[in-house]
Write a new protein. Sequence first.
Length: 406
Amino acid sequence: EGNNGLDISSLLKTTGDVTLDVGFVNTASCKSEITYIDGGEGILRYRGYPIEQLAAKSSFLETSYLLIYGELPTATQLEEFDQRIRRHTLLLEDMKGFFNGFPRDAHPMPVLSSAVSALGTFYQDSLDPFDPEAVEISTIRLMAKLPTIAAYAFRKSQGQPFLYPNNDYNLVENFLWMTFGQPTEDYQLDPVVAKALDLLFILHADHEQNCSTSTVRLVGSSEANLFSSISAGIHALSGPLHGGANSAVLTMLDQIKESGGDVKDFVSKVKNKEEGVKLMGFGHRVYKNYDPRAALVKQTAHEIFSKVGGGNPLLDLAMELEQTALEDDYFVERKLYPNVDFYTGLIYESMGFPSNMFTVLFAIGRLPGWIAQWREMINDPATKIGRPRQLYVGSPARDYVAADAR
Ligand code: ACO
C-alpha cells in the first residue's frame, strides 16, 4: 500500500540498485514549497492558502504573483506586476508571419506550444536560466504574451483578423477582447464571463508534480531555458488523460445525448471496459476524494448558466452521470470522483469557446504554476538533471548477423 491507499505492489519493485515505479506512482522527484495536496481529504493549498479562500477572494493575477514569488503581494506590488504585464502583451509583428504559416484548421494547442518555443528566437537576450533579470523578464513576457498567442491561434482557426491587445483591460479581460472582439463593433465585455474565467484560471494555476509540470521541471533540469521548458509542458498538457480531458468530457456528453441519453447504459459500458471507454473527467492519480476544484467549478457552472443564456441540457446530463457514478460500486471501490475538468468544458462552451480551445484555456491558467515550479527548480542547489533509470527486459547479449544471413 502506497500513499492515499493506492495498491502499488504490482508497480513498485526494487531490483538491485533500481526501483521500478511505472508512472511514478510513489516517487517524489523534488521538494517543493509551492502547492500542498492531501488527496485523501480533498485538500488543495497554494503557498499554504486554501484554494476555497483564493477562489472566493483573490484574482488570477494576484494568485499568479503568490505562486511565482511566494507571498501575496502588497497593493503596490500587485499594481506594478499588473502594469509590467500590460506593457508586454503585444507580440512582435514578425510573429504574425509565424501564425500565418500554419494551416487554417491547425489545432490551437500545437500552435501555442510552437509559438512559445519560438519566443526563444525573438528574445535571445533573456535565455540564461541563471540570470535572475533574464528569468524575470521571461516570466513577465510569458504571462503577458500567452493570452495574446492563444487568442491569435483562435482567430487564425476562425479565419478572422488578429486584434491587438487593449491594455485598458486586465489580463483576463484582454484575452476575451482579443478572442471575441470585432474591430468594427463596440465590444461589450461581459463581467460575469470575465469573472468566471478568472476563477477557472485560479483553480488551474498549479497542481504540484502533475504530468505537464513534471515535464517543465525535467526539461528545465537540463538547464534548458524557460520558454523551451514551458513549451514542452504545453505538449504534455495536450493529451486526453491530462489537460485534453476537458474537451473529451464534452465529446462524451454529446455522444451520450446523441445515442438517446441513456446514462446507465453508458456507465455499464465504462464498468465493462468496453473498447476502453472511460468516464472522462473522473478519477485522479492523487485525489481519492472529491477534487476540491471540481466542487468550485460545479458551483460556477450553475451560476454562469443561470446568468448567461439560460440552462444547458448537457449540464443536467453531466449531473445525472456524476450522481449515477457516485452511487455505483465500481466508482466507489476505486475512489473515482469528478476531477476539475468534469464541468469546465460546459462552462467554456457557454462562453463561446470551441472545444479545441478548452485545453488552451487550461494552459493559460496553469502557466504561473509552471513558471513558479521552474524557478524553484532552477534556484534549488539540490537540483540535478532528471534522469530516470529503467529495468532492462530486452534480449541478452548476442552477435551481429550479416543481412544476407538473417
Ligand atoms: N473511468 C473508468 N475507470 C477509471 C477511470 C475513469 N475515468 N479512471 C480510473 N479508472 C479505473 C481504472 O480502469 C482502474 O481500474 P482497475 O483497477 O479495474 O484496472 C482503476 O480505476 C485505477 O485507475 P488507474 O488508471 O490505475 O489510475 P491512474 O492514477 O493511473 O489514472 C487518470 C489517473 C489518468 C486521471 C484516470 O483516472 C483517467 O484516465 N481519468 C479520465 C481522464 C481524465 O479525466 N483526466 C484528467 C485528469 S485531471 C487533470 O489532468 C486536470
